[in-house]
Design a protein around this ligand. Structure first.
Ligand code: MG
Ligand code: MG
Length: 256
């Protein structure tokens, strides 16, 4: 069931979104060669504590996972696309790092992700991240009252396919509110003009993730969480929490 938020509730969700934006800025600044993924998780926990917010990731136990998620961020490197658990791995020059995180503040959740190049830049990774970012921008632009959910999905999918990238629809965007994952599911491929109508008060996480090798196949590590490309190609993932308002899409996880 889709739950619609009042303008006041959307303002409250913006508060949670600003904590997420601060976490991602802090993690981005610290993501240099030699830093451990576990240290980036500590950075996220510090920002959450300072904001008196909690992590909707920590202890999260969805039906697809064997065990609760043990960390405040997902830190997925290179061929890991989503949901990797921050380990003691030290970032290496040339890595592609995707960081996904959330915050719960005053009972409201927000969720966002970034992909960054660590140290030396690689042109193929730059193009992959730029395409995912363009897909996110196009998806947000389609999140307007009177449109359909399929407009968002189609905009994301068109950008990814134009780049020649693999797209998996098992994991994608979602409604968000008191819970991090609410209805509806928002696959990263769709048909314009289809699906539920976009009504002010709908708040969603829009999150393109693309596989650089061009195939859609993925596998899950034995930990039950980490999603990887099957061909070893790199992946990028970007996300914002967005409210549909009478004035158009309002991004809640942008820094202000
Ligand atoms: Mg996320
Ligand atoms: Mg999400």
């Amino acid at each position: 069931m889709v739950e619609y938020k009042t303008p006041g509730e959307i303002d409250a969700m913006h508060g949670a979104g600003q904590v997420v934006a601060r976490i991602l800025a802090a993690v981005r600044a610290r993501a240099v060669p030699g830093v451990r993924l576990s240290e980036l998780d500590e950075t996220a926990r510090d920002v959450l504590a300072e904001a008196r917010a909690t992590s909707p990731f920590l202890g999260y136990h969805p039906p697809f996972a064997k065990s609760p998620f043990p960390s405040a961020i997902c830190a997925s490197v290179n061929d890991a696309a989503l949901h990797d658990i921050p380990s003691r791995y030290r970032l290496a020059d040339g890595d592609l790092l995707s960081v996904d995180c959330g915050a719960t503040l005053d009972g409201w959740a927000a969720d966002a992700a970034i992909s960054v190049q660590v140290g030396r830049e690689r042109p193929a990774d730059a193009r992959l991240i730029a395409t995912a970012t363009e897909a996110l921008r196009a998806g947000i632009a389609a999140a307007t009252p009177g449109g359909r959910l399929g407009d968002i999905c189609a905009a994301i999918g068109a950008a990814g396919r134009a780049g020649g990238y693999g797209i998996c629809t098992d994991f994608g965007g979602h409604g968000i509110g008191h819970a991090m994952h609410e209805d509806p599911h928002i696959p990263n491929i769709g048909r314009p003009g289809r699906g539920p109508r976009l009504i002010p008060g709908l708040v969603i996480a829009i999150e393109p993730w693309f596989l650089g090798g061009g195939t859609d196949a993925y596998r899950i590590d034995s930990n039950g969480w980490t999603i990887r490309s099957t061909d070893g190609s790199r992946a990028a993932h970007v996300e914002h929490t967005v409210a549909i308002t009478d004035a158009g899409p309002r991004v809640l996880t942008c820094p202000v």
